[in-house]
Design a protein around this ligand. Structure first.
Ligand code: T3D
Length: 261
């Protein structure tokens, strides 16, 4: 499929989605939402043989959130509807994708662009990148999961100040506050993110998907329910070829070759 607002590239078992509206700092449009959904669904197809996804942005920005030029004038859409039909399905798609997702934040991540970065599994940022809960500046509420992600990642006090004051924070601060995994030099971001995605793609894919599910569920679970879920997921992991290979490789003192099965 030919995309207009994103790029979709495959290298080995890694699919890379690049948000590609650099003149608008990769702000979201409805078309971009449609294309993102199609690209993520393509990566999820078993015949695609994709075992890790990488998301980044073209140009100097990562993503400036909703394209506000589509929100000017009097004929404003129902924003609850736009969330329900575009942003919320995107966040759900990412969190439910049974593949690890690396996010390489190459520049400013504002509004729902920051939410996108938080929704991925492992987020790296260039040293010059920044994060901005831009919503309150234009009279909106943090969305696309930000009110859920922020307090869990950074704690309630920081979440409140970030959401209300809409102050931009740098990548180093984002790491220090637990919002993202790592900061790397600008000129190595893409290479490091791609290497990380390749590394994840060579890991036991099913176990990674189960880890993702267990950690997401833990956010709203009790210890008792979580213990049950761990037993259920471990039973499934224990039936994979990759588990057998991992144990065999351990005793044969060699590097395991995981197939994602
Ligand atoms: O609407 C719904 O469906 C509800 C869902 C909402 C989700 C949301 O994300 S709401 C939040 C929307 N986003 C924002 O409010 C952020 C707006 N942008 C900014 O605050 C700043 O642009 C940045 C802090 C992100 C970057 O600042 P800076 O100084 O580095 O760049 P700039 O000069 O402001 O922007 C560069 C260009 O990108 C500029 O275009 P021009 O003048 O060169 O033609 C600017 O207008 C454009 N741009 C940046 N952000 C957006 C945008 N164009 C449309 N929409 C944007 N969000």
């Amino acid at each position: 499929m030919a995309y207009q607002t994103i790029l979709y590239d495959v290298a080995g078992a890694v699919a890379t989605i690049t948000l590609n509206r650099p003149d608008k700092l990769n702000a979201f449009t409805e078309e971009m939402h449609r294309e993102l959904a199609a690209a993520i669904d393509t990566a999820a197809l078993p015949e695609s043989k994709i075992r890790a996804l990488l998301i980044t942005g073209a140009g100097r920005g990562f993503c400036a959130g909703q394209d506000l030029s589509q929100r000017k004038g009097d004929a404003l859409p129902d924003l609850g509807h736009t969330l329900n039909t575009t942003y919320n399905p995107l966040v759900r798609r990412l969190r439910k994708l049974p593949l690890p997702i690396v996010c390489a934040v190459n520049g400013v991540a504002a509004g729902a662009g920051a939410s996108l970065a938080f929704a991925c599994d492992i987020t790296l940022a260039a040293r010059s990148a920044s994060f901005l809960q831009a919503f309150s500046k234009i009279g909106l509420v943090p969305d696309s999961g930000s009110t859920w992600f922020l307090p869990r990642l950074a704690g309630s006090a920081r979440a409140r100040a970030l959401a209300m004051l809409a102050e931009k924070i740098g990548a180093e601060q984002a790491v220090a506050w637990g919002l993202i995994w790592q900061v790397v030099d600008d000129d190595t971001l893409l290479a490091e993110a791609a290497a990380l995605a390749q590394r994840l793609a060579a890991m036991p894919t099913r176990a990674l998907a189960y880890i993702k599910r267990a950690l997401d569920t833990a956010e709203t679970s009790t210890l008792d329910r979580q213990l049950d879920l761990e037993a259920e997921l471990q039973a499934m992991a224990g039936r994979t070829d990759d588990y057998r290979e991992g144990v065999a490789a351990f005793f044969e003192k060699r590097t395991p070759t995981f197939k994602g099965r």
